[in-house]
Design a protein around this ligand. Structure first.
Ligand SMILES: [Zn+2]
Ligand SMILES: [Zn+2]
Length: 434
């Protein structure tokens, strides 16, 4: 994007964002409401209703129930490109321990029937509140730009099911097919900072549940058993050799055994053990290598250890990598740099080891849709500035996402989250003469 067109888009963004000071208290009220009432992935009934009501009040054409609990808002504002913006709205099974006055005390019911505490520990409440704020400003200034806005509020991101479900329910057939898809995720850098990453921005992920079969026996008669606890332990140790010894060290890969369950008492050898494993890599061929090695080891240990039948290896959740379009990323980045100053627009040196089902919006019926997802800081400036070191060292010392202590500095984060979205949308929606 030529500098003059980035300047033009930033100028238009400034005009649209002039209303943000007046709107911010309402965006904050929505954020606090969502934060206090988090819901687990796939159970976000209240949240979806709140979003639909806000879309409706903003003057968007609203469709709820897309792919389960997804909510779509459309604003057709004359001929021009179709720009989609996606925000996710599910929360996590974590007990909040921030001490904030609006902290969550909510609970939810997991698919297995257990009741768990629930918290917006990934900041999806920030994404949603900022999307509603951006929508309201863009609607209010619709005479200044033309084109179509498609606002995608997505459930069930954490379980990597929401995007697939919405797309599978005809998201890009029933509604205008986007020319570009945009999204953002809060990060634990300082508020105000914005981070771009062309190319691979999030890893591909596959989560497995592995059941290893043994033969139960009295704990004092181990020779009558096939001990699945020992098989599980041997499997876990050997799995760690995959990343260390089977993958090119230049490839970013992760294998984590995040959960191990077997048995009830010291004197009972149980009949089975269950492992849950996550694999991460930046491409499908590399994650295929990880999976094949994992299957070989799991089956090999079971066979060597006299397991009565082969283990079950179930793929429970998965997503492909987020591959940010180079040109679209550069264009959004240029407008952000123009609007916020180059000092606060700091590129990420490498892909995030987390995963995001945003990846699926980038293709439709085998055709690529240019898409980009950027990151923006949410840590209080004083906390960030008190630390020294390079970006990643400082990030490691901040209260992290997916922990009970994640407490974004809400007003500056919400403000920047609205600004980034409005600016990115206007990087693609042409202006109209005032
Ligand atoms: Zn998350
Ligand atoms: Zn997230």
């Amino acid at each position: 994007m030529a500098t003059d067109s980035a300047q033009e888009a930033a100028g238009l963004a400034r005009t649209v964002l002039a209303g943000l000071d007046g709107l911010l208290p309402e965006v904050d009220a929505l954020y606090q409401d969502l934060h206090t009432h988090p819901e687990l992935s796939g159970a976000e009934v209240r949240t979806a209703g709140v979003i639909a009501a806000h879309y409706d009040a903003a003057g968007l054409e609203v469709t709820a129930g897309v792919g389960g609990l997804g909510v779509v808002g459309v604003l057709a504002n004359g001929p021009g490109p179709v720009v989609a913006i996606r925000a996710d709205f599910d929360a996590l099974p974590i007990a909040e321990d921030t001490g904030l006055p609006y902290a969550s005390t909510a609970t939810g019911i997991r698919p297995d029937g257990t009741t768990v505490p629930v918290m917006h520990a990934c900041g999806h409440d920030l994404h949603t509140a900022s999307l509603v704020g951006a929508a309201r400003l863009l609607v209010a200034q619709r005479d200044r730009w033309r084109g179509t806005l498609l606002l995608i509020a997505q459930p069930a991101e954490e379980t990597m099911q929401g995007a697939k479900a919405m797309l599978g329910d005809g998201l890009f057939d029933r509604f205008p097919r986007p020319d570009v898809v945009l999204a953002q995720h809060c990060a634990i850098t300082r508020t105000g900072m914005v981070h771009h990453k062309p190319g691979i921005a999030y890893s591909a992920c596959r989560n497995f549940r592995i059941t290893i079969h043994g033969r139960g026996a009295h704990g004092a008669a181990p020779h009558w058993s096939v001990d699945p606890v020992l098989l599980a332990a041997q499997t876990i140790v050997l799995l760690q050799g995959i990343v260390a010894r089977e993958v090119d060290p230049d490839e970013m890969t992760v294998l984590t055994v995040g959960s191990v369950h077997a048995g009830t008492r010291p004197n009972i050898i149980p009949p089975e053990a269950v492992l849950e494993v996550t694999l991460r890599a930046t491409s499908e061929p590399v994650i295929d290598v990880l999976q094949a090695a994992m299957e070989r080891i799991v089956n090999g240990v079971a066979a060597t250890g006299r397991s009565p039948r082969p283990p079950e290896i179930e793929l429970c959740e998965h997503t492909i990598a987020v591959d940010n379009d180079e040109a679209v990323t550069a264009r959004v980045r240029a407008v952000h740099a123009e609007l916020f100053g180059a000092a606060d627009v700091i590129d990420l040196p490498e892909a995030n080891k987390g995963s995001e089902d945003f990846a699926y919006y980038a293709s439709h019926r085998g055709r690529r849709i240019p898409a980009t997802m950027w990151f923006y800081g949410s840590t209080e400036a004083a906390l960030w500035d008190a630390e020294t070191g390079e970006l990643r060292e400082r990030m490691a010392r901040m209260p992290g996402q997916h922990t009970p202590f994640y407490a974004p500095d809400r007003l500056p984060t919400l403000r920047r989250g609205v600004e980034t979205l409005v600016a990115a949308a206007l990087a693609f929606l042409p202006g109209r003469p005032a």
